[in-house]
Design a protein around this ligand. Structure first.
Ligand code: PMP
Length: 337
């Protein structure tokens, strides 16, 4: 046998390798906005085996969204909802949002793809990667003094909306399209992908839209299904503590937002920044899934629930809102060189 023949013999039969990959989507999209959602649920066999857990823990990888976070869902949904109400018009309305997080990046791509100008107000302390991503998508940045925190950015955005002739603020913490899109899409995907075999969902609480939307859609469908929120232990306001500084970006805004329906949840678990970081790093190392810090917090909470005897044989889904790379300049990467 020649070398070439033996190589051909060793190659997998046609189609075998492709069968391990995601199926073709079978369509062409008219806009990037249509590619949001449909994110995969992935099992964590090595992590659960290491911990000797008897529950199935699944991670919903929201960084498969086009701009890399769970916020892509509301970036598109809030604009589509406002268009349907006649509140905004492409080429005319200027969108203004105070945000130092993933929402800015998600609104930026949705605004560009749908024909809107966007102004983002954020504290000058926001990371350079974030600011540059926004500038790449032609967003106008309004940087406010770092010592005024998000409060300063919110006031600047409100002043701009008053001053500009045709401005509109999506207001992610107030906008009902936020929990609604999670009820319609995120929850539906979890239900379909598990064929209804889901007993518990764990999600970090920023606006609360993800957890509340999932609870609204899934709890009536399956009595006994539990939905838990996660907040930083360093700022456990939902469990009665004082707000405080913490490093779990995206969750723990320090107040109870309109978009969070606490009554719909089965409880709020307080997770420390330390446990969130350790779990995010562990997930990267052990499973090859480099998740962000708030994902680490949700996963840590899910692993704790999975260790309880009542969850034996049950399926727990943790939401992973974003990817490790968005936190390059944070403590997630401290000590690595
Ligand atoms: N984690 C990260 C990284 C986020 O950007 C967000 C959204 N702020 C969340 C968690 C929480 O999602 P929600 O606002 O739907 O509660």
């Amino acid at each position: 046998m020649t070398d070439r023949e033996s190589l051909v013999k060793k190659a997998p039969p046609p189609g075998r390798l492709a069968a391990d990959f995601a199926a073709p989507r079978g369509r062409v999209y008219d806009s990037i906005t249509e590619t949001v959602g449909g994110t995969p649920l992935v099992a964590l066999p090595r992590l659960t085996a290491q911990d000797g857990l008897k529950a199935r823990v699944l991670l919903k990888l929201e960084f498969f969204n086009p701009l890399g976070s769970v916020k892509d869902r509301i970036g598109v949904a809030m604009l589509r909802d406002a268009e349907a109400r006649g509140d905004i018009t492409p080429g005319k309305t200027v969108l203004v949002e105070p945000t130092s997080g993933n929402t800015g990046i998600s609104l930026a791509f949705a605004a560009a793809a749908m024909g809107y100008r966007l102004i983002v107000a954020m504290p000058e302390s926001a990371s350079i990667e974030r600011r540059k991503m926004l500038r790449l998508m032609d967003v106008q940045l309004e940087l406010t003094p770092a010592n005024l925190g998000m409060g300063g950015a919110i006031r600047r955005a409100e002043d701009l909306v008053k001053a500009l002739p045709d401005a509109w603020m999506p207001s992610q913490f107030q906008n009902d399209a936020n929990p609604a899109v999670h009820a319609m899409t995120t929850a539906e995907e979890i239900w379909t992908d598990t064929s209804g075999e889901v007993d518990c969902v764990v999600a970090g609480l920023g606006t609360g839209g993800t957890a509340s939307g999932i609870a609204h859609a899934l709890k009536p469908r399956k009595p006994g299904l539990k939905v838990y929120g996660v907040e930083p232990a360093e700022s456990a306001v939902l469990n009665g503590d004082e707000p405080g500084p913490h490093g779990i970006q995206g969750i723990g805004p320090g107040f109870c937002p309109h978009t969070l329906d606490l009554k719909a949840l089965d409880g709020v678990l307080d997770i420390s920044e330390r446990d969130a970081l350790a779990t995010a790093r562990r997930c990267a190392r052990v499973e090859g899934i480099p998740i962000g810090i708030s994902s680490g917090a949700a996963l840590y909470a899910a692993l704790q629930l999975a260790a309880q005897s009542e969850h034996e044989g049950r399926t727990i889904v943790a939401i992973a809102p974003s990817f490790a790379e968005r936190y390059l300049s944070t403590t997630l990467f401290t000590g690595l060189s």
